[in-house]
Design a protein around this ligand. Sequence first.
Ligand code: UDP
Length: 327
Amino acid sequence: MPHVLVTGGAGYIGSHACKVLRAAGYTPVTFDNLSTGWADAVKFGPLEQGDLNDRARLDDVFARYEPVAVMHFAAFSQVGEAMREPGKYWRNNVCGSLTLIEAAVAAGCLNFVFSSTCATYGDQDGVVLDENSQQMPLNAYGASKRAIEDILTDFEASHGLKSVIFRYFNVAGADPEAEVGEFHQPETHLIPLMLDAIEGKRPALTVFGTDYPTPDGTCIRDYVHVMDLVDAHVLGVKWLEDGKGSRVFNLGTGKGFSVREVIDQSRTVTNREVPYEIGPRRGGDAVQLVSGSTRAEAELGWKPKRSTMDAMIKDAWRWHQNGSYKG
Ligand code: UDP
């Protein structure tokens, strides 16, 4: 089976990507330094433990597996932390990606699927975003991802590297078979924090701001099921293998949910109270980030199958009650 090099394959989205790659007839080779990922999340192909800044290690892995494509997930991804420690985001995300891109080009692996983000857009007055919306990131996380997009563009011009860039909105849910799921230490994301609060694993969820210019005062996000998201990535590999060239795709559902709406839906799905309190705004948060996926549906043939809030919370809840990683 052809290999795909999956950086961050021990993390939340990367581990789900490995599962669907395997099902699609590829062998996913996880490259991960396990700084935020889990060795026992790597279930569908080999684990090559290593750091993206270690060029010799990358060269060795490219030479041994001769991957047909790279899927690059490995990155720091927390808005709050990016506001406190921007240098960490610029150094890790940009320098690590640059080393990876140089190694891929040197190995002749010119198909590159990149995990970018809606955080590259920033605030845009409540419009539904598309791929041509201006990119005005509000934090170092979004800015670092935009910089990597620019690097990919330059390496296409100089070395013929072809990239599919996915800008995703908020990823949620888990593998419905609960082989893999979302498990961050520390956790910072809304839905898993809320499920923790419901289970009494933490005292209460803090809602970050209720004075935003939205109908209920809380931020609005577009949530996409992780299984739908990784399906798009497999389509991205095929797109590149078919020689269709570089392209950017937003992955969203076109429907936004406020923090309060997510809380309400979780109460319904779990039939349990959601303990929460109101706190101040979190720096770096956009008011609203919502995107359609017209381009991904029309060109890639991507069809989200599980991205209802109900299914995302149900699948996250199932995993949350039964799954976790130890190491
Ligand atoms: N959020 C919140 N409390 C939390 C974590 C998140 O109110 O403890 C809000 C956050 O301000 C944002 C939304 O939930 O409006 C989604 O945040 P998350 O960190 O899950 O994803 P992000 O949008 O940063 O990618």
